[in-house]
Structure formats: C-alpha cells, structure tokens
Ligand binder design. Sequence first.
Ligand SMILES: Nc1nc2c(c(=O)[nH]1)N[C@H]1C(S)=C(S)[C@@H](COP(=O)(O)OP(=O)(O)OC[C@H]3O[C@@H](n4cnc5c(=O)[nH]c(N)nc54)[C@H](O)[C@@H]3O)O[C@H]1N2
Ligand SMILES: Nc1nc2c(c(=O)[nH]1)N[C@H]1C(S)=C(S)[C@@H](COP(=O)(O)OP(=O)(O)OC[C@H]3O[C@@H](n4cnc5c(=O)[nH]c(N)nc54)[C@H](O)[C@@H]3O)O[C@H]1N2
Ligand code: SF4
Ligand SMILES: [Mo]
Length: 914
Amino acid sequence: MHQARTTCPYCGVGCGVMASVEGDTLTAVAGDSDHPANYGRLCVKGSALHETLGRQGRLTRPRVDGVEVDWDTALDAVATRLARTRQAHGDASVAAYLSGQLLTEDYYVANKLFKGFLGTPHLDTNSRLCMASAVAAYKRSFGADAVPCSYEDLEEAELVVLVGSNLAWNHPVLYQRLRTAKQRNPLMRVVVIDPRVTDSCEIADLYLGVRPGSDARLFNGLLAWMAAKGRLDRVYLDGHTQGLDEALAAAREDDTHIEAIAAACDVDPERLETFYYWFASQLHVVTLYSQGINQSSSGTDKCNAIINCHLAGGKIGLPGAGPFSITGQPNAMGGREVGGLANQLAAHMDYHTPGAIDRMTRFWTTDSLTPRLPPGPGHTAVDLFEAIERGEVRALWVMATNPAVSLPDANRVRAALAKCPLVIVSECVADTDLLPYADIVLPASSWSEKDGTVTNSERRISRQRGLLPPPGEARHDWWIMTQVARRLGYGEAFEYAEPCEIFDEHARLSGFENSLDPSLDNRGEGFRLFNIAGLAGLDRTAYDALTPIQWPVTAQTPGGTARLFGDGHFATADGRARLVAVRPQEPAQALSEARPLRLNTGRVRDQWHTMTRTGRAPRLMNHRAEPFIEVHPDDAVAFNVGDQQLARLTSPNGEYRARVRLSTGQRRGEVFVPMHWTDRFSGQARMGSLLEVHLDPLSGQPESKHGAVSLAALDIGWEATLLVAADLPSDRGWREEAEYWTRIPLANCQRWQLGGGQPGDDSHDWLAWVQQWLPVAPTLWCDDPASGRLRAAGIENGRLRWWLMVAPPAELPGLAWLDERFAEASLGNGIRRRLLAGCDSGEADSGPLVCSCHQVSEKAIVEAIRGGDTSVEALGARLACGTQCGSCIPELKSLLEEEGRHARSDKKLETEVA
Ligand SMILES: Nc1nc2c(c(=O)[nH]1)N[C@H]1C(S)=C(S)[C@@H](COP(=O)(O)OP(=O)(O)OC[C@H]3O[C@@H](n4cnc5c(=O)[nH]c(N)nc54)[C@H](O)[C@@H]3O)O[C@H]1N2
Ligand SMILES: Nc1nc2c(c(=O)[nH]1)N[C@H]1C(S)=C(S)[C@@H](COP(=O)(O)OP(=O)(O)OC[C@H]3O[C@@H](n4cnc5c(=O)[nH]c(N)nc54)[C@H](O)[C@@H]3O)O[C@H]1N2
Ligand code: SF4
Ligand SMILES: [Mo]
C-alpha cells in the first residue's frame, strides 16, 4: 500500500486529497493537511470519492455506430469523418464542446487542435453556463479575467457577503474555513443575499431574501448610498479607476431612497440599510458571488455592479478584501487559461488582442506546419447547438459534459444532437443521457487515473495524479486527441509523450512575448496577467513534485501570487480599473397567468451535477433520495399540493415530476428544483427541459435561475417502493407504465420509487404485476384490500430477490436493514418472518440522512434533541454526526432550532392551558 497526493475532482475549492492505494485499488481518501486550499479537511463528497470508483458501469471500449471496435478503428473513424465534414462543408462545420472538468493539459490540446489546426472557432465549454458572466465582468473592470482574492481573504475579512452562493453546500470546505474564522473573530460579520434561506444562512448575521433577479438594483443602490453618505474612497478612485461618474449616474436613474430599493428588492428597508452601512463602513470586505449572480440574462452587469462597489470603496487588493467570483468546477479556471471559451484564444489572449492571432500562429508553428487560426470568435454554447440545429455545424465532439441535460431547453438540444451528422462523445461512464446521440463513443480515463493539473477558485494550480490504471481500454483525453491530430497530418504539432510536456508548452505560451515585469512601466501591448512562465521547463520529476501554487508565477514571483492588484495597477491599457454603468434588468423570462411561479434551479449537498459519480455512492443518495420541488406552504395550499406528494411543474418546453418538499425558506411565488436528476435516474425530472433560452448579451451565459412554470399535483392512484437485487435486470417495463419513477441505488439493491394509476382506481393486481416484470414469483405477501396497501417479497434459493410495498413512502421501514438482507446468502426463518415488516423491530423509516459520513438520520437526531441535547457538540458526542466533514452542521443547527421552537410553543400551550 502507498499514499499519494492528488486533488479532488469536484468543486472549485480544489481540496488536496491523500489517497491510499493498494495495488489497483484506491481504498481510502483523507484530506491533505499540507494543501493550502483545505488543510486536511474534505467535505462529504470528497470523503466518499473512493466509493465512486471501480470498473462497474465504466466505458471500456470505443464504439463506432453502435459497434465496439479497437482504438485504431475508432481513431481512424474520427479522423476520416472530421476530414470529410471539413472538406465538404468548411472548417467551421466542425466544433467542440468541452468542460471545466477536463484537466488543463486535455483542455490545452483540444484548444490547439480545434482553433489552431482544424481552423474552426467553434470550441466552447460548459463554463459558458457557469462562469462566463464573471469572466466578462472581470475583463470589463480589470482588463483581465483575474480573480483578485485568495481563500485567506475570507478569513481575514471583517465582512463577508455571500450573494447568489450556497457556499455551505457547494463549496463546503471553504464554508467550514469561513465558519471557523468567524468563531475565532467574533467581530466578523456574514451577510447572505439569496431568495432562498439556505444552509449558508447558519452563520449569517444578516439575511436578505431578495426578489429573484434584483441584485443589480441592490448593488447600484449601495453605490449611490456610499456616494450620498460620503463613503466613497476618493483617493483610491482618483488614483486607480475610471468611470465613477457614469456608474453613479446610471445608479441614480432609479429612485435611490432606501424604501424604493427595498421595495424593488422586496426586502426590509432597515435590514437593507444595515447591510449598506456595514459594507460602507468596513474596508476589509469580501463579496463572494456565484450562480445566483452569473446565471442571469444580465449576469455580467450584476457582477460589475458588485465590483463597482468594491472599487468605489477601495476594498480590493488588500488582505480580506475584494470581489470574489467563486468557480464551480475543479478546473473552470484552467479552461479560462487555455482559451476554452469560444471568444478567447489561449493564455488569456482574445481574438481582438492586438497581435494575438499572429503571436499564437508563430508560437504553434513547427518545422513543417503552420497553424491556421480562425479570424474571430465562434459560437457560444447555446448558439452552437442552434447552429447544429440549422445544419451549419455538422460535426461535434463533446468531452466531459452533458449538454443533453445541462443546457436550457434541453429537449431542443436533444433534437439538434439527433440531427447532427457526426457526434463524437468522450466519456467515462457507460450510461448517460448523451450517449444515445453519439455516433462515436470514446472511453476516457477518469479521476484517479488521469494525470495533470487543475486551477482552483483562488488561481491555485494543483496536480491531479494518475494513481490507478484506466479500466479496459479507456484512454486519457489528451492522448485521444493527439492520436486524431496525427491521423489528420498534424502529428508534428502534437508530439507529446506525457502531460508534463503539454504543461510545459502551456507555461511557455503564457510567458511568450509577455512582459515579465508586472509593473506599470513595463506593460507592453502584449501584457497578460496570466503568466506561469516560472513553471516552464519542469521535467517529469519536477512536474510530479509540483506543489500547489497561485498564478502569476514569474521570475519576479517564483513562489506565486496570493493577491492581485495590491499596487492599484490593473491590466487595462492605462492601468486603471473601470467602474461600469449598470442599468438593472428584470429576468428575461416573464411570469404569466399560465406560468405564475418563478423557477429557481441549483444544487444539493451530496450530489454532483448529472450524478455520474455521486450516484455511484449509495451513502450520498440518502440526503435527498428523490428529485424534489421546494414550495412555500402557502403556495402549496394555493396550488393544491401537499408535503411529500408527487407533483409536476410545466412550461411550454417540458415537464418535471418530483416530490414536493414544503419549505418556509422558500419565498412565495417561487419554487426550487435540483439540477441533478437525468433520465438515468428518474422518469421526468430534468430541470433543463423546463427552461427557455435567455442569454446575457455580453457573456452568452443562459439564465438558469429564473424560469417560469406552473405547478399541479400529479394525479395518480398508487405509490409503490420496489427493491430489486442489484444483479437482476432492471426492466424498463415499470418505468414506462409509471407516471413517476425514480431509481435510487442502495448498496445491495436498487430502490425504485414508483407512482401511477388513476385516482380512486384500486383494481391493480400487484402479484400479477410483479410477475410480469421480475423472474422470481412472490414468496410472501400480505395485503389490505380496503386501503390498497400491500407488501410482498420474492425469495429464490434462500436469497431475497425483490421486495415490494404499495403505499406512500412515508410508510417505509428503514431500508438499511432490508438492503443488508439482499446480501445474505441464505435468509433464516426468523428473518423471513420479519421481511414484510421490513425491519427487526417494526420501526418505521428513520427518514432522510442528515450526516452522510456517519449515516445519522434526522429521526435519531430529533430524538437526541428531545432527549436533552442542546448543541451541535452534544449531538456529535452522542451520535458522531457532524464530527467528520462538518457539511451537515448547518442542518444540525436548524434541527436544534426547530425543535427548540416546538418545545417553546408546547410550553406556551401548556401554560396557556394551565
Ligand atoms: N454539492 C455540489 N457542489 C457543487 C456542485 C454540485 O453539483 N454539487 N457544482 C459546482 C459548480 S459547477 C458550481 S458552478 C457551483 C455553484 O455553486 P452555487 O452558485 O452556490 O450553486 P447554486 O445552487 O446553483 O446557486 C446558488 C444560489 O443562488 C441562489 N439564487 C437564485 N436566484 C438568485 C438571485 O436572483 N439572486 C441571488 N442573490 N441569489 C439567487 C439560489 O437560491 C442558490 O441558493 O457549485 C459547485 N459545487
Ligand atoms: N438549470 C440549470 N442548469 C445548469 C446549472 C444550473 O444551476 N441550473 N448549472 C450549470 C453549471 S454551473 C454547470 S458547471 C453545468 C454542469 O453540467 P454538465 O457538465 O453537463 O454535468 P456533468 O455531470 O458534470 O457532466 C460531466 C460529464 O463528463 C464525464 N466526465 C467526467 N470526467 C471526465 C473526464 O475526465 N473526461 C471525459 N471525457 N469525461 C468525463 C462525466 O461522467 C459526465 O457525464 O450545468 C449547468 N446547467
Ligand atoms: S469542498 Fe468537497 S467537493 Fe469541493 S474540492 Fe473540497 S472535498 Fe472536493
Ligand atoms: Mo458550474
């Protein structure tokens, strides 16, 4: 066994991971205590990483037109078909759609191949759905796509504003760092701005539950307030910025009275002014923003409205200060560095950067090859799929993303993919919603096998290390592309033997004709802030030993750079930052009588995107086992849906079916749904099918947070839970028959949650039904015709093969016990007798899991609280919940509060009665 350092492949925090490897197996993970992103911590997703690995469910052989082939045949097919398409329809008829989950080395090769040698500008990335607005705003203000801050700034701030970010769930380790810093510094304040009460509110001193989409008005109001109260930093503004007057004039076009802004944002005026006062009176302020800001039809402006306030107060370039766009994917930043966005070239050069195309051409020229870069930017993600629909783009290579799920109006995207003459998909897992559209499927290596670098949210470059051999014939993404390049005649430009050679070229390009001295006087035309020339020339050993480092890394800053713009010089031609005039816009998607509810979409704590990884770890399925619709209780009454009932959301584009969760943290008139469920996991729970396309005109980022939908109960006659042994075929029959289905992988069986039939119709013959779909006849059953309830089980050769309960899932027994029975080689008589009850003691389901690390249920926690535990620490001491990764601490706190409230109102009742 040996231990190796690598980096977590999930979120942009970029935690260092210590992996234990035994032979070909990664047996355990722990936080790397030396890594400056996490200092030893991991969140629940990170600590379950080893449970998501294994050969099962992986793609292991290339496939062409549905037939498994060897690599030579597959690569020949890719090369010939790409060449044929270009010959018949021109360079711009081929395109690539990439992802912030590729390593920098993969990304670099893709960009070089498509833009440099295939000569097409159409290469974009899922970062368009994620970071594009933040990038566009940084460039407008700073002249470069540069995040000024470090994680330490969160700890050193006096005020941290979380706006449009649910940090507690989506960047949990950073949230833990912030939480700890706040405990150490009682003067630190945290403000959360989000239409939804999220777990991040746990540490909030002030919460502003804004009307969705109203953030630009709120920050414009702040700018005007600072000006009115004499809180502008005139010295900083005069010395280092431009554009204050225009920005202020734009902010003053709307009524700047606190009451007017508060009304527009639908928040309490006093609370709003408190926030303004806190922001204006502290110097050390970090505003951390994410998808609640970016994913908007005016996201770039919203980012700039935030940046304006920081520039106006001189709250930037200092410890504990700055506008901090937190990135989502592990390598969203790396993609930005190599030119993964269609409007960029590479190494932070744009098409319009003077001399850039020529510089790139010279840099990529070899003895016998001259690249042919396109003259201008290509289609951004959503436009790209429209160009496919129109038949202009006729060949698409997708790597490490799933546009059939994650793009808005995803059903239309699917239709475009179905029409596209050539779809190539590089993917790790065998079963995704995208693969049915692929003509050529290429099996890619995955985390723990891949070798390269990623850049996290604070510009820190870390190594992901290849520790295990890829399964079967899976290959690294960069290798696949170099093989295709060779077949197309570009071999000489792609002669990489290993990732360190690609990284070296990337590092050299960053310093190529780039002024090395980042002082103002020396900034020539070609100056780019992104510069890692100090990391050029690393050989294999040095590359393997690379420790995490923040760019820029140059001869002057060999140890990296924690904070940018400390000298007040920005990357614009005159060195000054720009304040931008922002005119607040409403969400582009209008509400109407037919679609009265605002649709908010986002993430849950234990799942990652389309669940291709996290869906493989049963313990991550318990926090939110089914897709859901979060609804305010008053709306539930108005729309006639009940807690835990099945319901549907509709828009003209699609329908979404899931279970209702009532939540007072939800504003009235708004619903929230998770982004994670696909057709692999549920019948109709893809949020992307509900959204219409509305793009930010500056960044091309779609508005994924402000859809419009209607809500209604799903009219059905029955609900059932079916557990099926993992090795039995999961027949599609019951999926097609059900009005609602969700598949939930457990350790030893698959759980199917089903709903169907007509209300009031109880004529279903369940024993016949089960025999229709499963090869094992019912062995035990008990039913209650009066209530329509039934429980049954199928046993074969002493082994439990399936278990069925027809009743609402609220009546489920704890499934852990039953799941274990599926692993038993022979069920004893005593156990058989208890099977229908589904448990040892006749206990009901222990409910959702709160602590995924120690598998502690909500029910156990509530019992402990009722038994006298009054703090997170006490609960931890008794049940161990919250003691490992800490991700569930906000939920523990809210359970403590909730129970405390109940106890108080019970007491009140008692006194009143007395
Ligand atoms: N567990 C988990 N973590 C993840 C991911 C994951 O899939 N799962 N994905 C990663 C990725 S790629 C990303 S991009 C990040 C995203 O991280 P976040 O941006 O934190 O994630 P979201 O849940 O999409 O949205 C954040 C919040 O924006 C709020 N919001 C919606 N509309 C508005 C608005 O008009 N104004 C304001 N102020 N807020 C609004 C939502 O209610 C939500 O709470 O997470 C990363 N981390
Ligand atoms: N409505 C709505 N839509 C959204 C969002 C939202 O908040 N609301 N968020 C948006 C955001 S911020 C993001 S980042 C996207 C995410 O959405 P996607 O990128 O579509 O989701 P993933 O599930 O991460 O897709 C990654 C795929 O690549 C595969 N993969 C993983 N690693 C590798 C690799 O190394 N090589 C290859 N070849 N394949 C690999 C995985 O198995 C998986 O199928 O969704 C966006 N869409
Ligand atoms: S916070 Fe969690 S998901 Fe994000 S990098 Fe760290 S361990 Fe991975
Ligand atoms: Mo993202």
